[in-house]
Design a protein around this ligand. Structure first.
Ligand SMILES: Nc1ncnc2c1ncn2[C@@H]1O[C@H](COP(=O)(O)OP(=O)(O)OP(=O)(O)O)[C@@H](O)[C@H]1O
Length: 302
């Protein structure tokens, strides 16, 4: 019989206590095998075994899950809530075996999903919950209209749009979780602006110039302007960076015109990079919340 997950967690905990050495549990398997759910149960069991069961820390770890899933999970053919990143969760213990903190490290976020995903799958959950849950006023503030108009939503399974009630509920949970990890009104606003900017950037379209050796034309420059406004950057600079490459040679700045493919790629790359930074920001804030003390003793990692 395969080892039970509680047994694996108990053995690792026992070794930390007896040998005072770090322990690692590797949770692997194909998509949908149950890695995420098993990890949640093992964390629960480890906290349960701690001398002064820190329900508070366990609750915090559980409560950040909706956030991780909002930004890092998406519907795939195999799993409705598939993690599209690899996760390393480190639990810290004091000498009594008490869990005193947790740190999450993310790897290999599938950021390409922001701009391309299989038609039977979904984009990251956060985009659907944003359209379903944000108020009309918030969406107007981001210059966004009906979700079905956007490539970021259209590139995935449109059926997800029919689940508005579910996503509205999820949005409220996500906003609640953000507040709990210390996001204030300004942080919330920045996060929404980043999401809005990504959505506008993925809308930008380019066209070949009529004459040779002329820069590409941006078909809908309003989308670049809206993205620039939300990112608080100069719209002209942003437009230029999408159609030209700047290099420095001998202290001189040189500009090369991008072709259609390069411009599309750089615009998508920018959207993906913003998404990745945003995810990293959320994880950093989660870690601050999960580490009330900076002291580190033995650790257990997944
Ligand atoms: N221990 C469990 N108890 C109940 N349901 C489970 C359990 N493990 C897995 N499941 C079911 O299987 C689904 C997929 O599990 P999970 O998301 O943990 O898989 P995963 O291996 O992390 O997948 P991915 O690699 O795609 O993220 C869950 O949404 C849940 O419905």
């Amino acid at each position: 019989m395969a080892p039970h997950i509680f047994n694996v967690a108990a053995r690792a905990y026992q070794r930390i206590q007896e040998e005072k050495t770090n322990q690692v549990i590797l949770v692997s398997g194909e998509s949908g095998a149950g890695k995420t759910e098993s990890t949640k149960l093992m964390v629960k069991h480890l906290v349960y075994m701690s001398p002064n069961r820190s329900d508070d820390l366990h609750n915090k770890i559980v409560q950040v899950n909706p956030l991780l899933e909002a930004f890092g999970n998406a519907q795939t053919i195999i799993n409705d809530n598939s993690s599209r990143f690899a996760k390393y969760l480190e639990l810290s213990f004091d000498e009594r075996g008490q869990v005193i903190g947790a740190t999450i490290r993310d790897y290999m976020l599938e950021k390409a999903r922001v701009v391309t995903c299989n038609k039977d799958e979904g984009n990251f959950h956060i985009f659907y919950s944003l359209f379903a849950g944000a108020s009309k006023q918030q969406l107007i503030g981001l210059n966004l209209s009906e979700s079905k108009d956007y490539r970021i939503i259209k590139c995935g399974c449109l059926k997800l749009l029919e689940e508005k009630t579910k996503y509205r509920e999820i949005y409220l949970q996500q906003m609640d979780a953000l507040k709990r990890i210390g996001f204030d009104a300004d942080d919330m606003n920045i996060l929404h602006c980043m999401l809005g900017a990504i959505i506008h950037l993925t809308e930008v379209r380019f066209k070949e110039a009529d004459k040779a050796n002329e820069p590409l034309e941006i078909v809908n420059p309003d989308q670049v302007e809206l993205a620039a406004e939300l990112l608080n950057v100069d719209p002209l600079e942003l437009c230029l960076s999408l159609i030209k490459t700047k290099t420095e040679y001998g202290g001189e700045q040189l500009y090369h015109l991008k072709n259609l493919e390069q411009a599309r790629e750089s615009c998508d790359a920018l959207a993906k990079a913003i998404y990745e930074r945003m995810f990293g920001w959320v994880i950093r804030r989660i870690n601050e919340d999960l580490n009330p003390t900076k002291q580190r003793y033995e650790t257990l990692s997944y």
